[in-house]
Structures are given as C-alpha cells and as structure tokens.
Design a protein around this ligand. Structure first.
Ligand code: HEM
Length: 472
C-alpha cells in the first residue's frame, strides 16, 4: 500500500540540520506549541535521526501500549555510553535480553514492595532530621536545598548503605556532580545525531562526560570495595549494593554480571532516585504556597488523620486522599520528566496511518497533555479537587496522566518515588506553617522551569517555617 510511506506531519525542516533550530531552552514547551499546529503525532528530524512527538493520550497509548514492544528501546546516547558503562544501565539500555534481565532484577530485588518497606525506618529518621533542622532556625530557609538533601540522603542510605556528602568526593560536590550528569545527559548532543561530526566534540560534552565518568567510576569502585571489606558486618537492612553483590557472587544471574553492571545500575538508581522525588516535592510545595487555601485544606486533612501530637508516619499515607490529589495535580502540571525519556522504534511501524521508520526517536510530551484544555477544565489552574471522585491514577493506565510513563519502560521506582514524595510533603505541611519572605505574595512565586532529564524549578524556593505541632 502506498500510503504506508506517508510521514507524520510536522514543521518544515532545514537541510541537514532538520529541526534543531525550533527547540529553545524549554523544548517541551516549544514542542507543545508545534503540536497544537501540526497534530498529536508530529514528525521531526534531528540531523540524520527521524523523530516523532506524541502529544495526546491516544497517541501516547499507541507507543506505550498498543505497539509497546516496537517502541521499547532507547536511542543511542553518548552520555550513557560514556558515563554509564557502554549503556549497560537500565535507563538507557537498548531493548534486549540484557535489559530485560536487569530490569527484572531491579524490580524484584531492589524496588519491590517488601524492599521498600524494609527501608521505612531510614526514611522516617531522615525526615525527622529535616524537621528538627527546620525547627531550630525558624528563619528563612532554602527549601529546595533542604528537600534535595533529605531525598539524597534517603537515597544514598538505601542504595549505598551510608550517606555521602560533598566532602566524600575529592573533585567536586557530590550533589553538583549528579546535577551536572543529568544536565549533560539531557542536552541535545550533536554526537547523537551526527555520528561523524560528533567525534569532533564541538560542544565539549564528550570531554565533560569522560571527566564525569572517571569521577563516578572511582567513587563507585570505592563503594564496592567498602562493601567487600565490611562483609559479614551486621546491618539494619541490606542495601542495594549488598543485594547486587550477593547476586554476582552466587553466579545465579542468568546473564553476564560483574562490577561494571553493578556500577551502571547503582549510578542509574542514584541519578533516577536523587532528583526525581526532590523535584516533585519542590513543585508540590511551590504550588501549595501559591495556593494557601489548598495548603490549609491539606493541613486540615493531615491533622484529622494524624492529630497535632505526632508526626506523619507512612502508615497514615493511604488515608490521605486529598494529599493524593495534590500530588497528582502537581505531577499533571509539573511532570518531572516532561518528555519522558526518549524511546526508539526497533522496526518500521504505522501509527494513525503515518509511517514511522525503524530507529525513530520517540518523545511523549506529557507536559503538553497535562496542560491540554481539551482534556482538563481550566487546565492551567492548580485544582487538586478535580481528582476527587475520579478514578484517574498514576500507574500508567490512564494515558491523560502518565508522569511515570507506562508499559515496559515505565518507571520501576514509582512506588518508592510516590512514598517519598507523599511522606515528605505531608510532613512539611503538617509540622509547619509556611510564610514567604520579604512580604512576597503567593502569586509572586517564580514558577520558571529549568529543562533537563529532570525539569526542576529554575530558582530555589525560599520560605519561612513556623513549627505547629503540640510535641517538641
Ligand atoms: C517522583 C518520582 C519519579 C518520577 C516522576 C519518575 C518518572 C520516570 C519516568 C517518566 C521514566 C521514563 C519512562 C519512559 O521512558 O517511558 C522513568 C524511568 C525510570 N525510573 Fe523513575 N521516576 C521517579 C522516581 C524513581 C525512583 C525513586 C527510582 C529508583 C530509585 C526510579 C528509577 C527509574 C528507572 C531505573 C527508570 C528507567 C526504566 C527503563 O528504562 O526501563 N525512578 N521514571
């Protein structure tokens, strides 16, 4: 049939370059505007790489469910190749037996419900530390930095078995290193689109990545060495390194599994868990401070379930329906990964009558879907009430709201991520009243975004906490 070769509609591209020039600092916003003109299945080209952008729930469902196997791979990514052990990791691993096995291992051994529960005391202790530190000052705090510390520490404890701070890496700050990695990975890297020119490293990204990979590698080697040295020591709970070392040593893994694989997955989990939850918490707190009536209502809910004589426990979370709506509404307007992570098609395919060639780069613009007035009434307003009595949830069955993706490549850390986000938001709101500094009005809070693999606030959130519980 002739029409199988009809490519999806899209803007006119430049010779050779294609559509790079149409993307500015916030590609998800640019792509959203373009899609409103050209349609929910939009064809683009970046250098030699064909791309397709899905911008409606029906279009997203086509690649994440209907044809999910065809679209279950990831495109070439120099950052992952250089930093993550030749893409031996989960996040950027191309589809295949290795990725399937690694993903199964992570889902069953590291991110399972029982493993997550095992770390509940660690999360509790870290949130308590955050609350104590906020109580002490009761002055203006950089809430963004505090949130990033608490999620980073929780993450390190679960994955590596201890906290790491800026002092533990000789070269530069620990957190800064991850931020830089996420940034480098998100940049449109010429090398991914023009393999030959890429070797020239015109943007200097290759050099940066090689430096990052060296620092990470020696850091991860040190961690594994520490675990080997301290083997047999009794611990509160086995961390992820212990679990993976045990699998490696048992020889039971059905695939090649050595230190490189452990390091690649550790790095994945550190990067994936570090900034994602923190960013979601930051956006939730920003929206709550911009909407004092929502903040009040949430405080009342938590108060009615928990009471003012104690802090929030994870066992309370299931009873907090309004909190659930607040988190959904936050992720609708501020999906942490606005374009998900790019997928790649493994075969030619036809979508809505359009031909999608093999090895196309596929982006799903969840940000555009979250703000689509055809899907959501008053789409730009922050109104958690819209989810009350609705059956829409976040697990990837309702394609109008898929901040964790859906299907084979959907986020395996969803349960852990949501637990951390809910616990920290509930605790911050329950333990403190929040005021803005310098007579700022709620509407003055700057909500600009900084695009990356994780799209966080461009500016830190600054606020003044006042302790409100009856226990000290
Ligand atoms: C609020 C928190 C989080 C959000 C919003 C989030 C969101 C996402 C999204 C959108 C994807 C890509 C889906 C796709 O490409 O279709 C993803 C993938 C992934 N996430 Fe999360 N995530 C969160 C927390 C976590 C945590 C805590 C972990 C683990 C510690 C984690 C581990 C991963 C991994 C390993 C992948 C790659 C999966 C694959 O390619 O097979 N995430 N996440």
């Amino acid at each position: 049939r002739n029409n199988t070769k009809r490519l999806p509609p899209g803007p006119r591209g430049l010779p050779i370059l294609g559509h790079f020039h149409l993307l500015g600092k916030n590609p998800h916003v640019d792509l959203c505007h373009l899609a409103r003109k050209h349609g929910p299945v939009m064809g683009l080209r970046f250098g030699f790489v064909p791309a397709v952008v899905m911008s409606s729930p029906a279009a997203a469902e086509l690649v994440l469910k209907t044809h999910d196997l065809i679209f279950a791979s990831r495109p070439r990514n120099d950052a992952a190749r250089l930093i993550s052990y030749e893409q031996r990791n989960l996040v950027f691993g191309p589809y295949g037996a290795y990725w399937r096995n690694m993903r199964k291992l992570c889902t069953l051994q590291l991110l399972s419900a029982s493993k997550i529960n095992q770390f509940e005391p660690i999360r509790k202790a870290e949130v308590s530390l955050l609350v104590s530190s906020l109580k002490e000052g009761a002055d203006t705090v950089d809430l963004s930095a505090r949130i990033s510390t608490v999620t980073g520490d929780m993450n390190c404890l679960m994955i590596l078995g201890r906290k790491y701070s800026d002092r533990d890496l000789d070269v530069e700050g620990f957190k800064a290193l991850f931020t830089e990695t996420v940034e480098v990975t998100a940049q449109f890297n010429i090398a991914d689109y023009f393999p030959y020119i890429g070797n020239l490293d015109l943007q200097g990204l290759g050099r940066k990545m090689k430096r990052l990979s060296k620092v990470f590698d020696s850091f991860l080697e040190k961690i594994i060495d520490d675990h080997v040295r301290n083997k047999g020591e009794r611990k509160q709970s086995e961390d992820f390194v212990d679990t993976m070392m045990a699998i490696m040593e048992s020889g039971e893994a059905e695939f090649e599994f050595d230190r490189r694989h452990i390091k690649a997955v550790l790095l994945d989990l550190l990067v994936a868990g570090m900034d994602t939850s923190a960013t979601a918490i930051e956006w939730a707190m920003s929206e709550l401070m911009r909407h004092p009536e929502v903040m009040k209502k949430l405080q009342q809910e938590v108060e009615s379930v928990v009471g003012l004589d104690q802090m929030v426990e994870e066992s309370h979370l299931d009873k907090l329906d309004y909190l659930d709506s607040v988190v959904k509404e936050t992720l609708r307007l501020h999906p942490v990964a606005p374009l998900l992570i790019p997928h790649e098609s493994m075969e030619d395919c036809e979508l809505q009558g359009f031909h999608i060639p093999k090895k196309s780069r596929v982006m799903v613009n969840v940000w555009a879907m979250g703000r689509d007035p055809d899907i959501w009434a008053n789409a730009d307003d922050f109104t958690p009430e819209r989810f009350i009595g609705s059956d829409i949830e976040l697990r990837g069955r309702h394609f109008e709201l898929i901040p964790f993706g859906s299907g084979r490549r959907g986020c395996p850390g969803l349960q852990l991520g949501l637990t951390v986000v809910k616990l920290v938001v509930a605790q911050l709101v329950h333990c403190f009243d929040w005021k803005l500094p310098n007579g700022m009005k709620p509407g003055d809070i700057d909500m600009s975004e900084h695009f990356g693999v994780v799209t966080a606030r461009a500016k830190p959130l600054i606020a003044i906490p006042t302790y409100r519980l009856h226990v000290s």
